[in-house]
Write a protein that binds this ligand. Structure first.
Ligand code: F6R
Length: 608
């Protein structure tokens, strides 16, 4: 999750870009850089570390120019050095980029054959070289950018400027945010409205797949097919508050859409993408190799994330895991062998029961690790080690992006544990890391079912009760789906392990009961199909969340199918979290409930 700013103006831009980057430092701050163009020549300054280093560099070697792009980086490909800092330039173009270009290795091979060699380890430079190749072939800047953007896979946002073009910046949004600010005789690009706020309160938020060409006078926006489109201009209120909903109707939807970006940020913190490895702090206060047991405690959605992690740690690291809701754990006085590892998951870091469970474990000689979003929180402060979630502020009471980011952290830890305990080879680690690196792209695709889910939600809103079913690591996602639905629609919902159906809940099934089945085509799929037949035979209405292969083999028993992208079972719980969030969201919107602040709830539960 890096920060991007671009300005095309009639007055000097360098200092203003750095000021705007300051407001984006929350997105990453391991290096920063800036490029401007003067008299057809692109110049740049970059510096490792925080933005103050770039400021010092600029004080010594100022940059003129009325057009420029800047970047504050959270390293994904390559260490946070000056050489890897953005902008990446060639003799023809300068580019800044946020996110991950998934197909950069194959593009690199292709460029290599044509003699275009990168000097950094970044995926961004590959984009710069691709554009340069198109320019060398005689394309105009605008067309060169368009032809390259089409070829990029993954979840990203980028901005580029061209040698000899002092009145054009091209930007693109695919899975990571980008907004256009409409100033007086100038146009601005920024990762969010917070960056743009000092210049103008007139903002257009690009939609998924959009790309834009800004000059000092206008912004032309195109959709992913290259068709010119109009996107509404909004007035931001950022003078009053630093967080806003962008062009989304609710924070919950904004946060659902932030997931590709949030997850690439998390991935870049925990994964060494260039080498296909998990990277954890070098000094952990515990050793995965010598652990006999991992104890996880959390509440609500965070507890379900812990349940998914149990499947991962047990399967990939052969590490026995106990997971409990913190409110139960703290009072049942579980015996604990000293020197074990206790892990606490909490978005707010202030949840009273989770904190009490932490203190119990500390008194009982456990190493304390936590996965939190609020890094200044009490849970973070009382932990021996904190694994930050890094998803940015979550405003909606119903948790979405914090959940999938928690899952990404847990998945990375499970791989590290598997590797250290000798149950995962180097090659397997590479494959699993690659799956996590591709998640932002897969989540962007999963978000594509939004319209279909909106339609299904109209039916769901009529239900009094809804059953969610899942097996294996998708069982917790079924419970998460049920929690999300009841939380924001007030419809009663329960999540069950599919195999438990016959042991009681099947008695509920009749034609009024929708059953949401979370079942991609994995090893357990046939068993779930049998469960679906049992539901259909009793008149139950099935909404199936599955992949293409699952959809093909399922037959007529299903009323609705929501397709998720094909992926390995390892990452499926994270991908399948998206449709269950959207289903709850659209049902709530259709029913007119207070989506972001549902009744009786609070974002941070600091009482037991
Ligand atoms: C549900 C939800 C809650 C929280 C729970 C724990 O959408 O948000 O169930 O997950 O209250 O909160 P944290 O993660 O702050 O400890």
């Amino acid at each position: 999750m890096c920060g991007i700013v671009g300005i095309v103006s009639t007055t000097p831009v360098a200092d203003r870009i750095v000021d705007a980057l300051k407001r984006l430092e929350y997105r990453g701050y391991d290096s920063a850089g800036l490029a401007t163009s003067v008299d057809g020549r692109i110049d740049r300054r970059r510096a490792p570390g925080k933005l103050t280093n770039l400021r010092e560099r600029l004080a010594a070697e100022p940059l003129d120019g009325t057009i420029g792009i800047g970047h504050t980086r959270w390293a994904t490909h390559g260490a946070p050095t000056e050489a890897n800092a953005h902008p990446h330039t060639t003799n023809r173009v300068a580019i800044v980029h946020n996110g991950i270009i998934e197909n950069f290795r194959e593009l690199k091979t292709e460029l290599d054959k044509d003699g275009y060699k990168p000097v950094s380890e970044t995926d961004t430079e590959i984009v710069a070289l691709m554009v340069t190749r198109e320019l060398d072939r005689g394309m105009a800047p605008f067309d060169a950018a368009a032809s390259v953007i089409k070829r990029l896979e993954g979840a990203f946002a980028l901005a580029m400027m061209f040698k000899g073009e002092d009145n054009l910046i091209v930007g693109a949004r695919q899975g990571a945010p980008l907004a256009v600010g409409h100033g007086e005789n100038e146009m601005i690009l920024g990762s969010d409205a917070i960056a743009i706020a000092p210049f103008t309160n007139k903002v257009t938020y690009l939609e998924e797949g959009d790309w834009v060409a800004i000059t000092k006078d206008d912004a032309r926006i195109f959709d992913r097919e290259g068709q010119p489109v109009e996107r509404a201009m909004a007035q931001t209120q950022l003078g009053v508050s630093m967080v806003d909903k962008g062009n989304h109707r609710h924070f919950m939807l904004k946060e659902i859409y932030e997931q590709p970006d949030a997850i690439s940020h998390t991935a870049s913190h925990y994964l060494d993408l260039a080498n296909g490895k998990v990277k954890l702090p070098s000094k952990l206060p515990f050793d995965f190799k010598s652990l006999n047991r991992l104890t996880i405690s959390a509440c609500g959605t965070a507890y379900y994330a812990g349940l998914v992690a149990k499947y991962w740690f047990e399967k990939y690291a052969r590490l026995p895991v106990e997971v409990d809701v913190a409110s139960e754990f703290r009072y049942r006085e579980p015996p604990m062998d000293a020197g074990g590892l206790a892990l606490f998951i909490s978005q707010s870091g202030e949840t009273a029961d989770t904190l009490a469970a932490l203190r119990y474990c500390k008194e009982n000689g456990q190493h304390i690790a936590s996965i939190v979003n609020a890094q200044e929180s009490t849970i973070a402060r009382e932990s021996d080690i904190v694994f930050p979630i890094l998803c940015g502020p979550e405003i909606s009471v119903a948790s979405t992006k914090a959940t999938t980011a928690q899952l990404s952290v847990l998945a990375s830890l499970a791989i590290a544990a598997g590797r250290q305990r000798g149950h995962i080879s180097e090659a397997q680690e590479f494959e699993l890391v690659d799956m996590l690196a591709k998640l932002p792209g897969a989540i962007t695709k999963a978000l594509g079912s939004e319209e279909k889910i909106d339609q299904i939600s109209h039916k769901l809103s009529k239900a009094k009760d809804v059953l969610y079913l899942g097996r294996g690591s998708l069982f917790p996602i079924a419970m998460e789906g049920a929690l999300k639905l009841k939380e924001i629609t007030y419809i009663h919902a329960e999540g069950y392990a599919s195999g438990e159906l016959k042991h009681g809940p099947i008695a509920l099934i009749d034609e009024t009961l929708p059953v949401v089945v979370v079942a991609p085509s994995d090893d357990l799929f046939d068993k779930t199909i049998s469960n679906m037949h049992e539901v259909a035979a009793r008149g139950g209405k099935i909404i199936l969340i599955t992949d293409e292969a699952g959809a093909k083999s399922v037959g007529d028993d299903v009323d609705e199918i929501i397709i998720v992208p094909d992926a390995h079972e390892f990452v499926m719980p994270i991908i399948c979290a998206i449709p269950v969030q959207l289903l709850a969201y659209y049902t709530a919107v259709f029913m007119g409930t207070d989506v972001d602040q549902p009744r009786n709830l609070a974002k941070s539960v600091t009482v037991e």
